[in-house]
Design a protein around this ligand. Sequence first.
Ligand code: NAD
Length: 355
Amino acid sequence: MFMQRIAIKSRDSFYSVEFCSKIRNIELSPNDLIKKIFIIDKNVFKIHSKDLTPIIKDSDYILIESNEENKSLKGIETILEFLINKEVDKSSYLVAIGGGIIQDLVSFTSHIYFRGISWIYIPTTLLAMSDSCIGAKASINFQSYKNQIGAFHAPKQILICTEFLTSLAENEIKSGYGEIIKLHLIKSYEAFQEIKNSIKSEGLSTEKVERWIHQSLIIKKKFVEEDEYDQGIRKILNYGHSFGHALETSNASYISHGLAITWGINLVNFIAFKKSILSEKKFHEIYKFTKEYILNSTNIKLNYKELMLAANRDKKVINKQINLVYLTESAELCITPTNLDDKLFNLVEEFINKY
Ligand SMILES: NC(=O)c1ccc[n+]([C@@H]2O[C@H](COP(=O)([O-])OP(=O)(O)OC[C@H]3O[C@@H](n4cnc5c(N)ncnc54)[C@H](O)[C@@H]3O)[C@@H](O)[C@H]2O)c1
C-alpha cells in the first residue's frame, strides 16, 4: 500500500516523512553537489550493505555499534573526531541510518557541530519508524543516567523504508509495537481496539505495518507540532515512560525501549485502577493483551529497590513529585503530579508481586 508523505511543522520550517518500499529506491533530497556523511548502525550495514552501497556512493561513512554505552559523550566524541578528520563543513549533511540510538547520536552531534548542521534520518527499527523519528528530540546518556543530556534538532528529511524490518529481531518488532499501541491508546480506546483485534487475528504481521506506522506518526504529529519543546501537551506522550525508563535502567538484563514502556503502561494503569481513575476491566484488557502479544518473551528481572531509585532519579522528578500520565475511564489521558511517597511505592510493589 502506498503511504502518503507527512509534513511535520517544526520551529522554523517543515520537514517531511516519506515512504519507500525498497531500500534501493531511497532518494535523498539534497542533490549530489552537497557533501553527505553517513553514520550507520554496524549491524544494519552488515546485513544491507549491497543495497546501501549505491546510496552511499563515494561519500565518507562511519559504522557505529548501537548500544546504550555508545549513546554517550564518548560516542559523540567518536563521531566529532570523524567529522573533523573528514573536514566536514557547515554546508554538509549528516545522514543517519539506524534505530533510535543512531538517531539520538546523530541528531545531538548535528546540533552541536558548528552550532548546528543539517541531517537526514533513515530509521531502521519499527520503534524509530513509528515513533522516535519525529519530534526533534535528541538525548544521550550520562554515566548511569538515561537520556539525561539533550537538545532539540529536527532533521531535514525522514525516509521510511519497511524493507529494513525484514532483518529486525522479533523482540525489536515487539518493542516497536509497544510504542504503536501506546500511541493508539493515546488516540482513543477505539483506536486501541482496532489494533488489538488486528494483531489478535493476524499476529504482528508486516502486511499492515506501514499503515500502523503512518497512523502512529499522524497521532504523534499533533502533539509535537503543538508543543515541540515539551512544555505542556506533549508530556502526554510520556505515558508509561516514568517507570518504563526506570525499568530500562534497573533491569538485570537488557530490555528494549518499547517493551519497557509497555511494562510501564501496565504499571501506571494499575495505579490508575487503584486510584479509581480507570476501571479494573480496562486495566486487565490492556494488561492481558500486551502480556500475550508484546511482553510474552521479555525477561523482566526486577529489583524493586533499584527500580525505585531509578524512578527517583528520573529527570522528570521535581521536588519529589513526578508527573504521571494516567489513562482515565473516559479514555482521556491526564497528567497528574504524584508524590513519590510510600503510598505510591506500595502500589508499585503490589503490581510487581501480582503481575
Ligand atoms: N529521540 C527520541 O525521540 C527517542 C524516542 C524513543 C526512543 N529513543 C531512544 O531510542 C533507543 C532505542 O532505539 P530502537 O529501539 O530504535 O533500537 P536501537 O537503535 O537500540 O537498535 C536495537 C538493535 O537493533 C539493531 N538493528 C537496528 N535496525 C536493524 C535492522 N533493520 N535489522 C537488524 N538489526 C537492526 C541494532 O543494531 C541494535 O542491536 C533508546 O536509546 C531510546 O532512549 C529516542
